[in-house]
Write a protein that binds this ligand. Structure first.
Ligand SMILES: Cc1cc2nc3c(=O)[nH]c(=O)nc-3n(C[C@H](O)[C@H](O)[C@H](O)COP(=O)(O)OP(=O)(O)OC[C@H]3O[C@@H](n4cnc5c(N)ncnc54)[C@H](O)[C@@H]3O)c2cc1C
Length: 333
């Protein structure tokens, strides 16, 4: 079959087409964030059995920690089409696709209603942290038949006992919120970073709300150049207006100089490697801060939401044809 734009639909051969030790086992999905819940909806849509293991006390447990932040993508990019179809069949009407939700909106208006759907709710286990994954009956030296064996998934339930589950496959949708970038170069913590841990806030603190006292009237160094840094800088600029003793210093990484370049291109203009700096430390520079606040704010308001939504609708149209309905039967079209 050829897709409407002349492209071949994506096909995957089922490794379990013939009965094996994995037959009948669930596909374990790690995490009940937006990606984990979408994965579970897609598995059901294909007649497969999901089991979603969520470490936190609720679905979207990571998002619950940044409820106060507005997303940079509109609803049309935050909603999964198969999940929307499942919700729509139960009478759910979605939000305005062109508006930007907050983390709280995403939870309250989408993830929690989705997780409450009878088809999903019985397949989600809260307070269940996956701590290890292996192949059943294999160890570090034995490997024959690995691809036909089930996965062994070790789960800590609450703060208590460990349990082992068997799974046909495992989808890791555990997100990145609890694995922030360290301050050092090469993905390693900077020397001394662990010792300074109590002075460092990773992720996105609620600068104007819950975490205000931690920053008001103090000198705050923001490290990073992504959306989280921009969001924190805007909040700190507002805090500086409310509490003028607050000072903001912003450091963005710049690529380290190649220490070998002096050797590769010797000559009077080549610079020596930076003396005295251990090679694992990133080089930070501080941009001029006079106008970044206004620049960020206007960039955010100028994002072409309508264009993004129409792109999302186009790509949705070519990717949503189901192979199986939720009850396992094949669709009629
Ligand atoms: C402030 C902020 C704003 C953002 N804005 C946008 C945006 O506008 N647009 C966008 O596309 N993205 C945005 N993101 C990125 C956003 O995090 C992701 O798009 C989205 O949350 C990813 O969903 P996820 O399901 O992969 O991960 P998460 O939402 O992080 O969910 C992972 C889930 O897995 C659970 N979990 C983790 N480890 C385990 C384990 N070992 N066992 C069991 N469960 C586990 C967690 O408790 C959590 O519930 C933003 C992120 C932040 C922090």
């Amino acid at each position: 079959m050829t897709g409407s734009e002349g492209t071949e639909p994506f096909r995957v051969d089922d490794p379990d087409a013939t009965p094996s030790a994995r037959t009948g086992l669930p596909v374990v999905v790690i995490g009940a964030g937006p990606v984990g819940l979408a994965a579970a909806a897609h598995l059901l849509d294909r007649g497969l059995e999901p089991l979603v293991l969520e470490a936190g006390p609720q679905v979207g447990a990571n998002i619950a920690q940044w409820r106060h932040v507005r997303l940079f993508s509109p609803w049309c990019l935050a909603l999964d089409p198969v999940s929307v179809r499942l919700l729509g069949a139960a009478g759910w009407t979605g939000p305005d696709p062109s508006t930007l939700p907050t983390g709280a909106d995403l939870l309250d208006q989408y993830l929690q209603p989705l997780a409450a759907m009878p088809a999903l709710t019985s397949r989600i286990r809260l307070h269940s942290r996956v701590v290890a994954i292996a192949r059943r009956d294999l160890d570090k030296v034995r490997t024959p038949g690995r691809e036909r064996l089930p996965f062994a998934v070790r789960v800590r339930v609450g703060s208590g006992r460990l349990h082992d589950l068997e799974a046909r496959a495992v989808i890791d949708a555990s997100g990145t919120w609890t694995q922030p970038n360290p301050l050092g170069a090469s993905g390693l913590p900077a020397l001394g970073e662990a010792d300074a841990r109590r002075h460092i806030t990773y992720g996105l603190p609620d600068v104007l709300g819950r975490d205000r006292a931690r920053f008001a009237g103090l000198r705050v160094l923001v490290v990073g150049a992504g959306h989280s840094a921009a969001t924190s800088l805007l909040a700190l600029a507002e805090l500086e207006r409310q509490a003028p003793a607050t000072q903001i210093v912003w450091a963005v990484p710049r690529p380290p100089r190649d220490p070998w370049s002096a050797r590769a291109a010797p000559g009077p203009t080549s610079s020596p490697p930076e003396a005295g700096l251990p090679p694992t430390l990133p080089r930070w520079s501080t941009p001029a801060t006079s106008s970044w606040s206004a620049a960020f704010a206007s960039a955010r308001s100028a994002w072409p939401v309508t264009a993004l939504c129409s792109m999302a609708t186009r790509s949705t149209a070519t990717t949503t044809s189901p192979t199986r309905a939720v009850d396992g039967s094949r669709p009629t079209r």
